[in-house]
Design a protein around this ligand. Structure first.
Ligand code: GDP
Ligand code: MN
Length: 354
């Protein structure tokens, strides 16, 4: 999930990293703000500067006017809930600095460019610093970056170590500081920060409380135009179900491992997600109940179907604990259960291509 600038900067601040002094402005409030200030739209996308989402303000009247204007301004489809009013920083130099997960080399890498700012993408002709961080401290790469950017070798060590700590402790996949500002007193301050956290790590971060919420990592969109939605329990069975759908000339829209303890709420959530796909013609459900009980799943499907009326036909293969009870429950609701996945897919195909 993506953090807003003010959320990311809060994490930096808590770890002793310098950020400009800032105050949050909600739509109905106008806290006391020292002028001049820079008003910044809090949307989860980059390129705000170019889109008019970062505005320097010098008078009270301007502040009121720009506050309303920025709250109305949509940037790449996002309208801000809050604005960040920051002290205006005098910029001597602007650099680009980013830590990110490099999946190809299974490492954390550091990227830097001497000229950061809103036109960083245009700096294609000058060199980019891009090296793996030595896991443990990040110390040795820090002096290389410092020298690359034209500073003494120790100038960035403490900052990069702290950024590295924030990155690791928060299970980040991206931590981008652009611009990293050198102020006129020759100290650094993080002018902007974009951070993306790993949704799959949410379980070990009960403290996460951001505007964005972790995505369900057990639900994977395979083809938004697909005509078959799949629900299975266990990652292996879920993958096999997707493969079997494709092998039967249908287009699986998604992969979903509903997990061991399927509840009405989780089945309902799955059905709701399925409704977001425009071309679904059938839902194939493949459950092998071990610890989970078939009757519980049947009950959940029945209840969930009562909440969602416009659901495509459901083809259900159920096996395992309490199957007989489940079959009786489902029969009463006219939901057929089939003995094998193959039967399920044949029935789905007949319905679709009838
Ligand atoms: P982005 O366009 O979404 O990356 O938004 P930024 O927060 O990076 O702001 C865009 C640009 O506005 C920065 O690169 C700076 O050049 C400029 N800017 C932001 N805050 C200040 C400030 O306090 N003082 C000055 N002089 N410029 C600022
Ligand atoms: Mn920026």
């Amino acid at each position: 999930m993506k953090l807003l600038e003010y959320e990311a900067k809060q994490l930096l601040k808590e770890n002793g990293i310098a950020v400009p002094y800032g105050v949050l402005i909600k739509s109905k409030s106008m806290p006391l703000i020292k002028l001049p200030t820079v008003l910044k739209s809090q949307v989860p996308v980059g390129g705000r500067g170019k889109a008019g989402g970062v505005v320097a303000v010098t008078t009270k009247a301007e502040l009121r006017r720009q506050k309303e204007a920025l709250l109305q301004l949509s940037i790449k489809g996002f309208r801000p809930q809050v604005l960040l009013a920051e002290e205006k920083v005098i910029i001597k130099r602007e650099h680009y600095l980013a830590l990110f997960i490099d999946r190809a080399t299974s490492s954390i890498r550091l990227m830097a460019h001497s000229q950061g700012g809103i036109n960083v993408e245009d700096n294609t002709n000058s060199s980019l610093f891009n090296e793996t961080i030595d896991l443990g401290s990040g110390a040795s790469v820090a002096s290389k970056v410092a020298i690359f950017l034209g500073y003494d070798r120790d100038k960035l060590t403490s900052l990069i170590q702290k950024l590295f700590t924030v990155f690791v402790q928060n299970d980040a996949i991206l931590l981008e500081v652009n611009p990293l500002i050198l102020k006129d007193d020759d100290t650094f301050v993080c002018g902007d920060c974009k951070m993306e956290l790993d949704d799959a790590a949410a379980f070990r971060h009960p403290e996460w409380d951001f505007e964005d919420t972790p995505k369900d990592t057990n639900f994977v969109v395979l083809n938004a135009g697909g005509n078959i939605a799949t629900i299975a329990n266990g990652a292996g069975l879920a993958m096999a179900t997707v493969d079997a759908v494709a092998a039967n000339d249908m287009i699986p829209a998604n992969f979903l491992d509903i997990g061991g303890g399927a509840t009405t709420a989780s089945v309902l959530a799955a059905f709701k997600k399925i409704q977001e796909f425009p071309n679904i013609q059938a839902v194939v459900i493949n459950i092998f109940a071990g610890i989970t009980r078939c009757d519980q799943i049947a009950q959940a499907i029945i209840e969930a179907r009562q909440h969602i009326t416009a659901l495509p036909p459901v083809f259900l293969r159920l096996a395992g604990t309490n199957f007989e009870e489940a079959a009786a429950l489902l029969a009463a609701e006219d939901i057929p259960t089939l003995g094998t996945l193959e039967d399920c897919l044949k029935a789905a195909k007949r319905t679709i291509y009838a």
